[in-house]
Structure formats: structure tokens, C-alpha cells
Design a protein around this ligand. Structure first.
Ligand SMILES: [Zn+2]
Ligand SMILES: [Zn+2]
Length: 309
């Protein structure tokens, strides 16, 4: 365990330095877009900046009340109770990477397909443009509880060593945030041949699009493997320009609407539905599901319509 703590300290300091570099980059990108590019998406910064400070505040509050909840603490807890354990031999790194990415895909798929979890995830998709602060624009519940559970607890329950989990998590945070780089900084968002195996800004721009053909695709943040294997891979098409944002009419510069607007709509739908089963269905069915059984907003229905046209 002492050996692990030494690793953890190193990983913790690397994470902190990595995050600091990303934040400095995000601020430089904002200044560059404002002063040199007369950027039309500046209004998105208002909400993302408020949320960024809010998430830091909530981290401090939750940490003070119940201790720090993080990928590291979840991973350590699960590894002590793992179904089986593994070590740091190279093939366990490969196993660990595959498992980590699978759980990344699962948590992100659930975030798009289960309405209650979509309420937590939709703030990340609300901005109508892409920049590095969007990478940080997650609901505090998603950052503090939801993602550490899927990315820390679950892999280690399946035996992935905490050192492996945390090493991959550091790479994931850094690479995943860089996917949000603005078009005026890296116009194509494509990285040559890497485009065939890794998630790049071009793939993630597709994920943030509200164009019907792009909805619910490209869930992973590092490689394309699980999106390819599970049928959710969608490369950017030259003939389909990305329109960012979510399909509801959201005030993308308003912190309250972005962070909590989906919860309000969910509560309204539940209130208006008859019977306990219909009400509960709203929590767990995908966004767009309706108790009237006219699911016109369902992504699967929208895609069917698109095919007909
Ligand atoms: Zn998403
Ligand atoms: Zn994103």
C-alpha cells in the first residue's frame, strides 16, 4: 500500500499540473478568440465560467462534508473488494485500458439514453460553440460522483490496479479536454492518420452536434475502438456542417437554465403524466420518450424520419 501511495502522490501531482496547464490554455484561447478573432461565441463563456467556479466550490463543500470523492478513492475502495486482482504487468495495462474505455462508453451512453442522467449531462452539451472551457463544463454531480464511480470503482471491481486506472484517467482528462479545442485554433480538428484510431476534435465536434445524423454518436474520449465495436462511430462529413448545442431551446449563457433546465422539464413531464408507472418511466426512458406514446423527440424516431426524407 505504501508503494501505491507513492504512485498515487505522483499521479495526483501530474493530474494537478495537467489541469493547471489546461486551464491556462483555456484562458489563453479565450483571450486569443476575443482579441484576434472577434469571436461570435463569446457569450458561451459566461455560463461555463460561472459553472467552473461553482464546481470548484461544490468540490470543496462535498470534500469538507464527506471527504474527497474521486476516481482515486473509488478505485482504491473497489480494488480492496475486487472480484479478482491483477498487477502491473504489461498485459494488465492493455486489459485495464479496454475496461476503462468500455466503462467510459457505458457511462456516456447511459448519460444520453436515460433521461435522469441526461439531466446531469446536458449542461456539457448546451454551449453553442466549442472551446476549452466547454471541456470543463460538467454538472458538479457528474464530476464528483457519477464519473468517478464508473471510471474508478467499476474498472477496479473488475481487477484493474488503481495505478493503471489513475494513469489512464490522467491521459483521459488531458486528451478528452483537448477535444474541445476551438475551430479558429485548429480548423479541421483532424490529426492525419490518427483520425482512424483516436478520438480527435473532429469526432468530438460531431458528438456535440444537434444535427440528427450526428446525435448519440462518438461516446468515447480516447480511442475509437468501442464506438466502432458497438456501432456508435460517426466521422465528420464534409456535406453536413456541425450545429452545436441541444435540441431544446436553451438560454446557453444562463447558468440556471443550462445546469438545471432539464430537471425542470423532467419534473413537468412527470407531473403531467397519469399513473405512477408513466411518471417513473420518464426518469429511466430516453429523452424524447412520451407517456402519450407519440415519441416524436426520440433520437431513434428522428433518425428514422431522416432516412425517409
Ligand atoms: Zn455527451
Ligand atoms: Zn465534450
Amino acid at each position: 500500500m505504501e508503494e501505491f501511495l507513492a504512485h498515487e502522490l505522483t499521479i495526483e501531482s501530474i493530474t494537478q499540473k495537467g489541469l493547471l496547464i489546461l486551464i491556462i490554455y483555456a484562458i489563453l484561447e479565450m483571450a486569443y478568440l476575443y482579441f484576434f478573432k472577434k469571436y461570435e461565441g463569446m457569450k458561451d463563456y459566461k455560463q461555463t465560467t460561472i459553472n467552473f467556479l461553482f464546481v470548484i466550490g461544490m468540490n470543496i463543500v462535498v470534500g469538507a462534508l464527506i471527504g474527497v470523492i474521486s476516481t482515486a478513492s473509488f478505485s482504491l475502495l473497489a480494488f480492496k473488494n475486487a472480484l479478482f486482482t491483477t498487477d502491473l504487468t504489461y498485459y494488465w495495462w492493455i486489459y485495464g485500458f479496454l475496461i476503462y474505455e468500455l466503462f467510459y462508453w457505458i457511462q456516456h451512453w447511459l448519460a444520453h439514453k436515460v433521461r435522469l442522467i441526461w439531466c446531469l449531462h446536458s449542461p456539457h452539451h448546451a454551449p453553442e460553440s466549442m472551446n476549452m472551457l466547454v471541456g470543463f463544463n460538467h454538472s458538479f454531480i457528474e464530476v464528483i460522483f457519477y464519473m468517478p464511480f464508473f471510471l474508478g470503482f467499476m474498472p477496479s471491481l473488475l481487477g484493474v490496479h488503481p495505478v493503471i486506472v489513475l494513469s489512464i484517467a490522467v491521459i483521459d482528462i488531458i486528451w478528452g479536454n483537448l477535444l474541445h479545442i476551438n475551430e479558429k485554433v485548429v480548423p479541421s480538428g483532424r490529426y492525419g492518420l490518427l483520425e482512424k484510431i483516436l478520438q480527435t476534435p473532429s469526432h468530438h465536434r460531431v458528438h456535440h452536434a444537434q444535427n440528427v445524423m450526428y446525435l448519440d454518436t462518438n461516446y468515447n474520449s480516447m480511442t475509437l475502438f468501442w464506438d466502432w465495436a458497438l456501432g456508435t462511430l460517426q466521422p465528420l462529413r464534409e456535406d453536413e456542417k456541425v450545429k452545436y448545442g441541444i435540441t431544446r431551446n436553451v438560454k446557453s449563457d444562463n447558468f440556471w437554465d443550462v445546469q438545471f433546465g432539464e430537471f425542470v422539464l423532467l419534473a413537468k413531464d412527470m407531473w403531467n403524466a397519469s399513473g405512477i408507472l408513466n411518471k417513473l418511466n420518464y426518469l429511466f426512458q430516453p429523452p424524447g420518450w412520451s407517456h402519450t406514446r407519440k415519441h416524436t423527440g426520440l433520437v431513434s424516431e428522428l433518425k428514422k424520419e431522416l432516412k425517409k426524407d
